[in-house]
Design a protein around this ligand. Structure first.
Ligand SMILES: [Zn+2]
Length: 394
């Protein structure tokens, strides 16, 4: 785009990192200047950050607000007295952050373009930060589809293409661009369009944001997470690091299972199914055991107590099976991962009281209520014998 003083610097010279400006107005803790170096928040993008340099002092800009009469730069209230109307200051952009936003934002244009081009999927909402893009789309997509989109996106980045900013008036927009532009329709008097590439059918959309000028400046777009119609992507070093970490995790898993790719997925699916069948079997056995608890219990100090070692049983199974228990019992189970559980159906015996006595004697960690309590007994030898001893001493 041609340099034009009536356009913001962040449009006409997006790579400009600083500018000399004159303070035209001061109100409370805000100033207005005659240069638009800083992008105010809008269109899913956060405002720029930066400083004002004046007489060797660096004054941080805490907020950039777009108002009807222009953009206002807010500083800390104890700093505003350093500045005066009519003075010249140097504006300095937090360039690393801005450049990262320019790349994320342009990458979002590209991803949205490919989503629409390949699968006719519309972008409903987009947000970006440094090295991150979040996109909400018009329908749920499969993993295969997302991977195809990313493949195309990264090929286009690899090839590189010019990103152009085009200013047109209302009529030219209507006649030439409105029907071919992706996304929302503009009703502005002067319309700014961002075009990726030159080829037929390449992306063009109305946008007032900040962009890079060539796609090749992006170093890659990587899948972070996707949940149906919500996509998250990482860019550049952030994306490469995450991809490498994920690959390292996969390598561990492959070594552990001696399977790769789909065979690994199949094996894990089978294992999980088997595990579910086993767990259901365990639960049924436990329910049967609990329904006949009077056959298994013993009297200690006049209380009906059942002490059981069931190393496959977890909390969830115990709580589910506890519904089968009749009144008047204390069940003590040494379960999975060396957790000792107390279940009481006897109004006179509090599970958490007995549990507290074990904690007191061993300083193990645990807690619970009068019906159900648990304690980790990993470092305790023969915990069930200890329970018997504690109960005998009551
Ligand atoms: Zn844009």
């Amino acid at each position: 785009m041609e340099q034009n003083d009536s356009y913001p610097i962040y449009w006409s010279a997006p790579y400009q990192k600083e500018a000399i400006a004159r303070i035209t107005e001061i109100k409370k803790d805000e100033i207005k200047v005659n240069q638009t170096l800083f992008y105010p928040s809008g269109g899913g993008q956060l405002a720029d950050k930066g400083i004002i340099v004046y007489q060797q002092q660096e004054i941080e800009i805490v907020e950039i607000e777009k108002k009807e009469d222009g953009n206002w730069l807010k500083v800390r209230s104890d700093k505003i007295s350093l500045l005066a109307e009519g003075e010249e200051v140097l504006l300095k952009l937090d360039w690393d952050r801005r450049y990262s936003f320019m790349k994320s934002h342009t990458a979002q244009h590209l991803v949205s373009h490919v989503l629409e081009h390949l699968f006719d999927v519309e972008t409903l909402k987009a947000n970006f930060e440094e090295d991150k893009i979040d996109i909400e789309i018009s329908r749920k997509m499969s993993q295969e589809e997302i991977l195809e989109v990313l493949k195309k996106v990264n090929r286009l980045i690899d090839e590189g293409a010019e990103v152009k900013s085009i200013m047109v008036n209302k009529d030219a927009y209507k006649n030439k661009y409105r029907d071919v532009a992706r996304g929302k329709i503009s009703d502005e008097e002067v319309v700014r369009l961002i075009q990726l590439g030159d080829g037929e059918g390449f992306d063009i959309t109305c946008c007032g944001g900040v962009h890079i000028t060539n796609l090749s400046e992006i170093k890659g777009v990587f899948l972070d997470t996707f949940k149906g119609d919500s996509l998250k992507f990482l860019l550049d070093a952030e994306g490469i690091d995450t991809a490498n970490n994920q690959r390292a995790l996969m390598l561990n898993l492959e070594e552990l299972t001696e399977k790769r790719g789909n065979k690994l997925v199949d094996m894990l699916t089978n294992k999980m199914n088997e595990n579910q069948v086993l767990q259901e079997g365990n639960l049924n056995l436990l329910k049967m055991l609990f329904s006949k608890i009077s056959n298994w219990s013993q009297k200690i100090n006049g209380m009906n107590i059942a002490l059981l070692h069931l190393p496959e049983i977890d909390r969830q199974a115990l709580q589910s099976a506890a519904r089968e228990l009749e009144k008047g019992f204390l069940i003590v189970v040494l379960g999975r991962n060396d957790i000792l559980y107390f279940i009481s159906t006897d109004e006179t015996i509090m599970a958490n009281d007995i549990n507290a006595k074990i904690i007191e004697r061993t300083s193990a960690k645990g807690g619970g209520n009068k019906g159900f309590a648990q304690v980790n007994v990993k470092n305790i030898e023969e915990p069930l014998a200890l329970v018997q001893e504690v109960l005998s001493a009551i």
